[in-house]
Ligand binder design. Structure first.
Ligand code: PEP
Ligand code: MN
Length: 685
């Protein structure tokens, strides 16, 4: 008993130490930023954060701490640091901050509304100063800021499922407010009721029209229910709570359920898994942020009534190397058939290049209003303008290119009369870059995709995901629909396996790739898989190729067992011709008379394909060799021959694997592979 209390006390003491250390960290960070040591910002830049995180994961591992835990913990710490950094680097310090006055932040709705949650996140470093005020309409919150009754307001502006929120855009042009920040919120709609009742008992469902649109697929399955619009999600929750009627339910967040004491009847009911809303933080005056912070600028323009007017405006941005992240048009009030354009681009008005571009732009338009430059939280490439200078933190290994012979040229003349056109270099000379979350395939980086042949269970796929993430792999693979030679072999876990793969990918922040076998599965798999794989056996399954050609997801097309390079490129043509230009090719070995390996890895296909086509080409040595012992040298060879990356199979216990065990790398060998690649990169690229 006494010993128990001792241990409990010790635990509490340790928690207190953690708090002290966090406070100390905040102070050190503040001092560092104030002293402006170096010109590099660490937080808010994903590449830099991921280097820091990898280091922490390595250190944590030595101390017996799980990387999943470390990732989650430090992501929070980094986000908090980024906020501190932004506040200190806003050049026009907020008056109320200095005076330590109360800050009034208004939002549409009642406590627990998504806008309220976003406000708490955005102002998390100053919550003691903030008073939140819920108002009934968007117009009311904008007016309140304009009249100076509130310092800030939280305004939802677009949703990744339902699109732009027109009213918010119109209010931005009709008032004199500015944008000083943005926030992205992962909207996770739940169905809530006063008790955990079966769905069949629910008769009425209330929510905000946006939320109802975002959950339309789920709602269409509930024919027996009346759906009613409500001005706010949290208000709908409040109504269900007050009515105390078991046949009523509301669609809102988990946080709202907690706040009002409702039960979650069903989670994740939105049409798409990835459902985000972007909010802007508005104020009366613009804020100026240091050039060091990666900012986004928002503006409204009305074009002149001349031919090509919009193109002229967009050309100004392109000429000045400003990356546009959003273009929206809205009718111009009182001027029928004329439009206002809302533009967001990466850049900070404090930068000379942006100032110059804005001057040029003003000459091209009939009206222009700069809404503000503010720290970007959404859709940043991190490469624009002068913001990409973060080199000091990058772990560089001295390059020794000088000592090496020149690498062979990969572009040869394109022969005429090929059975494909869109896939050819003659059609498109530049290498195609394919962006998968933060990973770019086809660029300078050599990509490693790794994971088990088949997703077998939660533990196995989570272990693999951790291994991929901890060792610097970029994408997680896992088969859930398996094309097996024998109908008696393990055929995969299907959609259940896909769920596990998605969860593992999310947990370790890795995009996922999985094979689709039939046209009817393509659309549902494409909703959540980041890359769709077409297996070797399906390279010429034309209905399947046409189907993946119609979705907006990258497709990795594997070379057929008996396919020539021209046949592979012609198969890619099927996908491209349907409209989907995001095709990645994969050399995975072909059948020859050689029996020493499962297939023969045709490495010469790599430079040949790179000369004939602009599409990225990866190498899969696992299915080519069928034996884990040859994987590492073949990965090195793939790198040397100019492939854009590799895909390898790994397994925590290959001897127990349900498929392709003999070719799966054990984790320690995968680590060796990654180290060897690291060394080769330092030498060759
Ligand atoms: C796979 O990658 O899971 C696979 C089945 O490979 P292949 O289609 O190349 O045989
Ligand atoms: Mn396999």
């Amino acid at each position: 008993m006494n010993q128990d209390q001792d241990l409990k006390q010790k635990l509490m003491d340790l928690d207190a130490v953690l708090l002290e250390k966090l406070a100390e960290r905040k102070k050190v960070l503040t001092d560092l930023i104030k002293k402006e040591i170096g010109s590099d910002l660490i937080f808010g830049n994903k590449a830099q954060e991921s280097i820091l995180l990898k280091r922490l994961i390595r250190e944590g591992k030595k101390l017996g701490l799980d990387s999943y835990f470390i990732t989650r913990l430090f992501r929070e710490i980094f986000t908090h640091s980024q906020r501190i950094q932004e506040e200190l680097l806003s050049l026009s310090p907020r008056k109320e901050d200095q005076a330590k006055e109360q800050i009034i932040v208004c939002f549409q709705g009642v406590e627990g509304a998504y806008s309220h949650l976003v406000g708490q996140k955005y102002f998390s470093t100053r919550l003691d100063q903030v008073v939140f005020r819920g108002l009934p309409t968007f117009k009311a919150i904008v007016d309140s800021v304009e009249r100076g009754e509130a310092n800030y307001a939280i305004l939802p502006i677009e949703n990744t499922t339902a699109g732009s929120i027109n009213e918010a855009y119109d209010l931005l042009s009709q008032s004199s407010i500015s944008i000083i920040g943005e926030e992205s919120w992962p909207v996770k709609h739940c169905l809530l009721a006063i008790e955990k009742v079966p769905l069949s008992r629910i008769r009425r469902i209330y929510s905000h029209p946006q939320a109802l649109t975002q959950c339309s697929n789920f709602l269409s399955t509930l024919e027996h229910c009346v759906i009613e619009s409500f001005i706010d999600t949290a208000l709908a929750v409040k109504k269900v709570k007050d009515d105390e009627d078991l046949s009523e339910a509301a669609i809102a967040s988990e946080e709202a359920a907690e706040l009002y004491g409702l039960e979650i009847v069903k989670r994740d009911i939105a049409n798409t898994r990835e459902n985000f809303t972007r909010f802007v933080i508005i104020a009366r005056e613009q804020l100026e942020y240091s050039e060091k912070i990666a900012c986004k600028t928002s503006l409204i323009i009305a074009t002149k009534h001349i031919e090509g007017a919009l193109v002229h405006c967009l050309n100004v941005l392109a000429r000045n190397h400003l990356n546009m992240t959003k273009l929206e048009s809205r009718p111009r009030p009182n001027i029928p058939w004329e439009y206002l354009f809302y533009i967001d681009f990466e850049g900070n008005i404090m930068q000379a290049a942006v100032k110059k571009a804005m001057e040029e732009l003003s000459a091209e338009v009939s009206y222009m209003k700069i809404l503000g430059s503010y720290p970007a939280k959404v859709a940043m490439t991190g490469q624009s303008g002068e913001q990409g200078n973060h080199s000091k933190l990058v772990e560089t290994i001295p390059a020794v290119q000088d000592a090496l012979p020149e690498r062979p040229a990969t572009r040869l003349a394109v022969p005429e009369k090929k059975p494909y056109r869109l896939a050819s270099r003659a059609y498109k000379d530049d290498d195609t870059l394919i962006k998968v979350k933060d990973v770019i395939i086809g660029g300078d980086d050599f990509i490693v995709i790794a994971g088990p042949c088949a997703v077998e269970n939660e533990e196995q796929i989570f272990q693999c995901a951790r291994e991929v993430s901890e060792n610097g792999g970029q994408i997680l693979r896992g088969g859930v629909f398996k094309p097996r030679t024998s109908p008696y072999s393990f055929q995969g876990l299907g959609f259940e396996g896909l769920d596990l793969l998605i969860r593992a990918g999310n947990a370790y922040n890795l995009p996922i790739i999985t094979e689709v076998l039939q046209p009817k599965d393509v659309r549902s798999v494409a909703e959540s898989a980041d890359i769709l794989q077409i297996g070797a056996r399906n390279m010429q399954n034309f209905p399947l190729l046409r189907e993946v050609g119609q979705v907006n997801r990258p497709v990795m097309l594997k070379r057929g067992l008996m396919a020539s390079i021209d046949e592979l490129l012609s198969a890619a043509e099927y996908i491209l011709a349907q409209g989907n230009q995001q095709v990645i090719l994969c050399e995975r070995g072909i059948r020859t008379f050689e029996t020493a390996t499962r297939n023969t890895l045709d490495l010469s296909a790599v430079p040949i394909i790179r000369s004939l086509s602009h599409l990225p080409i990866l190498v899969d040595p696992s299915h080519a060799s069928g034996d884990w012992r040859w994987i590492i040298p073949l990965v090195e060879a793939a790198f040397a021959v100019g492939a854009n990356g590799v895909m390898v199979e790994i397994h925590p216990e290959p001897e127990k694997a349900l498929s392709d065990g003999p070719q799966a790398l054990k984790f320690d060998n995968f680590q060796v592979m990654m180290q060897r690649l690291q060394r080769m990169k330092a030498v060759l690229r």
